[in-house]
Design a binder for this molecule. Structure first.
Ligand code: CTP
Ligand code: CA
Length: 239
């Protein structure tokens, strides 16, 4: 249908947002999943819409229902990392901005059992072998470099707890370099922190190239609601 003209820093821009977690099937009734609620991704889609963008939301598994399509918003649902990869690949070519907020399973069961796995009494319990999923973000960055098409700005999201040796900010800095994206949003997480909660604490790190372009090297630090965090990410990406 006809699209209403929009105003805002992302007016006329195409934004792809991935949200929620992936689900990797093990047998017809079981899967490996993660704790992503989808709230941050949804907030990002809303912030991008409010900034005037044309938004394509690729929704994985979420605690909250995916929104219905509306003016300037299209919605596609996926379940596995491989489905998400295919969806991002086809949407990325025409996108100006990719916000990769989805929690992608790093591994999937190597073998899918066509029939439900049953207990046996011979003393052998099943072992699940895992196979690595494609790195969607890194692949999108690499394809852009190879083909010269793809989002101008690619934003990665990293949930880090840190550990005895590593500060979360240092881990995020290393991840930003490794992924090759323009911005990386660090979320500090613990078992009960951030996942599913409405409040969040983020740092938005910029690549060296982007720091040079913006003349501004310091990570943006936001403590607030996921809506406030999303607003800050969209503002930074629009810059
Ligand atoms: N990501 C992706 N494809 C994957 C894994 C992650 O595109 N197979 C994206 C996520 O959507 C996120 C970013 O990469 O935007 C960082 O995810 P994260 O899990 O923190 O990075 P990993 O490279 O998987 O590192 P780790 O081993 O710390 O999980
Ligand atoms: Ca991961």
């Amino acid at each position: 249908g006809a699209v209403t003209p929009s105003e805002g820093p992302l007016s006329g821009r195409r934004v792809v947002v991935t949200a929620g977690g992936t689900r990797e099937p093990l047998d017809p009734v079981r899967y490996l999943g993660n704790r992503s609620s989808g709230k941050q991704g949804l907030a990002l889609a809303e912030a991008a819409l409010a900034a005037g963008a044309q938004v394509h939301l690729i929704a994985g598994v979420m605690d909250v229902p995916a929104p219905a399509a509306q003016d300037r918003l299209t919605v596609e649902t996926v379940e596995t990392a491989e489905e998400l990869h295919a969806a991002v690949e086809s949407a990325a070519a025409a996108a100006d901005l990719l916000l990769m907020a989805a929690a992608v399973a790093d591994f999937r069961p190597a073998d899918y059992a066509e029939a439900k796995i049953k207990k046996t009494d011979d003393g052998t319990d099943p072992v699940i072998h895992l196979q690595r999923n494609p790195d969607i973000l890194a692949t999108t960055v690499r394809r852009r470099a190879e083909r010269g098409t793809g989002p101008t700005v690619i934003v990665g999201f990293a949930a880090e707890t840190g550990d005895a040796e590593n500060d979360p900010l240092d881990l995020a800095q290393a991840k930003l370099l490794r992924k090759g994206c323009e911005l990386l949003v660090l979320n500090r997480v613990g078992r009960n922190l951030v996942f599913g909660q409405d409040d969040t604490e983020i740092h938005i790190l910029a690549s060296f190239g982007v720091q040079g372009l913006l003349g501004d090297a310091d990570p943006v630090h936001v403590v607030g609601t996921k809506q406030e965090a999303a607003q800050a990410v969209v503002d930074r990406a629009a810059q």
